[in-house]
Design a protein around this ligand. Structure first.
Ligand code: DC
Length: 226
């Protein structure tokens, strides 16, 4: 059977990566979290105090960034490495979350990330999640999924995720960060977040992980078998 490309786009914290990872596992496909690439770039910019208003510094910084995904044999996840360092945990910090949408809106940053995403997907057999994967990175993808969930559900999920490492965090802070990112991601001039016309909508506000996976799998198998 011919491998296909599956794109999973949608709003922040609606479970895209969880679903995309499970879907890839079921199909024995590669899973790529494109948001991790923008987060890693942001982490580098923070560490090296790159001026976001200076295109020359941005280009110089990007030339020093090497990104790669490596399978972690312990948890079976495809984790992101930057310049030889596993940054999978560091990129989930609030400091990165607060700046990533601004960094992801920069033209040079998008060109850098998109070129690598297209290269990674060139052999197909891939599930990639993000914001512009079905609209800009792989507009010809065989299956496009657009995920959404209500704001209270997304805030609650993200809050539970952050709480163990950030016991001081409030629901209000989480909501503000989430809404702010959604706003920036959907209003930026280059490849804003939007549903591709031919994308299947998956609203998981009232679905369990098993239910949403079953739905996505049925769509994927239909495409793969045709
Ligand atoms: O999926 P995530 O929350 O880890 O993504 C982090 C940020 O990266 C998100 O706020 C927007 C940006 N992003 C993007 O602009 N395009 C993508 N394909 C993936 C993420």
């Amino acid at each position: 059977m011919k491998p296909i490309i599956i794109t999973v786009d949608g709003w922040s914290s609606c479970g895209k990566s969880t679903m995309a990872r499970q879907l890839a596992r079921e199909l024995s496909y590669v899973f790529i979290d494109s948001g991790a690439m923008y987060r890693a770039i942001t982490l580098f910019f923070i560490r090296h105090q790159v001026d976001l208003n200076d295109p020359q510094s941005i280009v110089a910084a990007l030339s020093k960034i090497q990104l790669a995904f490596h399978l972690n044999p312990i948890n079976g996840n495809n984790e992101i490495w930057m310049n030889g360092e596993n940054v999978e945990a560091s990129i989930r910090e609030m400091s990165v979350a607060q700046m990533v949408s601004q960094v992801a809106a920069i033209k040079e940053v998008r060109a850098f990330a998109v070129a690598q995403q297209q290269q990674i997907g060139s052999n197909k057999g891939i599930v990639m999640d993000g914001r512009d994967i079905g609209t800009a990175v792989f507009p010809e993808a065989e299956l496009k999924i657009f995920m959404t969930a209500s704001i209270p559900v997304r805030v609650q999920r993200r809050y539970q995720e952050l709480l163990p490492k950030h016991p001081q965090i409030t629901m209000e802070e989480v909501k503000e960060n989430l809404e702010n990112r959604d706003y920036l991601d959907s209003t930026r001039s280059i490849s804003p977040l939007r549903k591709a016309e031919d994308a299947m909508v998956l609203d998981n506000s009232h679905l369990t992980q098993e239910e949403q996976l079953a739905l996505a799998l049925s769509w994927a198998r239909e495409k793969i078998n045709h």
